[in-house]
Design a protein around this ligand. Structure first.
Ligand code: KG4
Ligand code: ZN
Length: 343
């Protein structure tokens, strides 16, 4: 069995995982340890880069140990080390990549620098054994994009946000309403008891031919409404969240539909084309339901990895490393590979 140790420290999760693959190519997640720093950042309403970097320094050794122990192996059983090299916060990237380099050099194992977005993009192959090509909707705190995935290392961006990322829109909306960080789960929870019809928030770019996304207008509308209604009762907050989430799901469905149509045009031979949704926002049940309905109506299958593998984790990094390794895409001189915060 081939075993890869993965390390992820690009944002506010300190994560390590061991992913294995047997001779038939079937993968298995042997461990997946994610230590969230939410508590450290909550008081600031968002991730503080310096605090994140220091927390990674303190936690990473223990998290790696825990991942190896849980997988029932030692470094000697590991075939290669994969670490996120970007994009992300530079402090965290330095901690994770330098630690990975040190382990690789000391243990005499290959190092595979991994692009965090590639980790999200390939997760559905780990969880669902998906074949190429497929369409990926990546919705996280830092990214909102649609990517055509045609192979390992073969990604074409078809659409992206022209302003805020979707997770960012959730986080900013939560902050405006005084809901706790991280905003996504708070807004989703509050929306459950709200009346989505009370406010008519905009559907940015809806109906336009370009396939891109925009969310900043939505956040502005929320701010205006919250200011008009202040002080906000709990029911006001619930109604705003419900109306916001409804505007998001409708906008998302309209925007994604453009790319589904293009994908179908480019791959007329595929019987059941697939849309994969990944990133932290993919945990949102209303969004999953809207995408499910959209895919159903357009003859697509929807693949949504389990929530634990949608948000940031190291299993996706280990897996991307494994895919790179077996496709002969390893770097020539990985120990000299510098972190790339804007990769
Ligand atoms: O992928 P992720 O863990 O980290 C990166 O940004 O790479 O995504 C975190 C984002 C945050 O903006 C968070 O508010 C959002 O995902 N999120 C959600 C939900 N859970 C997490 N947004 C909407 N609904 C949720 N249930
Ligand atoms: Zn991410």
């Amino acid at each position: 069995m081939t075993r890869i140790l993965g390390i992820e420290t690009s944002c506010d999760e300190t994560a390590a995982s061991v992913v294995g693959c047997d001779a038939t190519g079937a993968p298995a997640i042997l461990s997946n340890v994610v230590l969230s720093q939410i508590a450290e950042h909550a008081a600031f309403g968002g991730v503080v880069p310096e605090i994140a970097a220091r927390a990674h320094v303190e936690a990473l050794d223990g998290v790696i140990d825990a991942a190896l122990t849980e997988a029932g192996c030692t470094l000697a059983d590991i075939d290669a080390i994969a670490a996120t090299a970007g994009p992300g916060l530079i402090g965290g990237l330095i901690v994770g990549l330098t630690t990975a380099k040190a382990i690789a050099a000391a243990a005499g194992k290959p190092l595979i620098p991994v692009n965090h977005l590639e980790g999200h993009a390939l997760t559905a192959r780990l969880t669902d054994g998906l074949d190429f090509p497929y369409l990926l909707l990546l919705v996280s705190g830092g990214h909102t994009q649609i990517v055509h995935v045609s192979g390992v290392g073969r990604y074409t961006r078809w659409a992206s946000t022209i302003d805020d990322a979707l997770g960012e829109a959730f986080d900013k909306t939560a902050k405006l309403l005084g809901l706790p960080y991280p905003g996504g789960p708070s807004v989703e929870k509050a929306a459950r008891s709200g009346n989505a019809r009370r406010f008519a928030f905009p559907r940015p770019l809806k109906g336009e031919a370009r396939p891109d996304f925009s969310f900043s207008g939505l956040k502005t509308a929320v701010r205006r409404t919250a200011t008009e209604l202040a002080p906000l009762a709990e029911s006001d907050i619930a109604d705003i969240c419900a109306a916001f989430q409804r505007a998001v799901t409708e906008t998302l469905a309209d925007r994604v539909k453009r790319s589904l149509e293009r994908f179908r045009d480019e791959h007329p031979d595929l019987k059941k084309p697939v849309l994969v949704v990944a990133g932290g926002v993919a945990a949102n049940q209303a969004i999953r339901a809207a995408l499910d309905a959209l895919c159903e109506a357009n003859g697509f299958g929807l693949v949504a990895p389990p929530a634990k593998l949608c948000g940031d984790n190291a299993a996706m990094i280990a897996w991307a490393g494994l895919e790179r390794l077996r496709h002969g895409l390893a770097e020539d001189d990985p120990l000299s590979f510098a972190p790339r915060p804007r990769w």
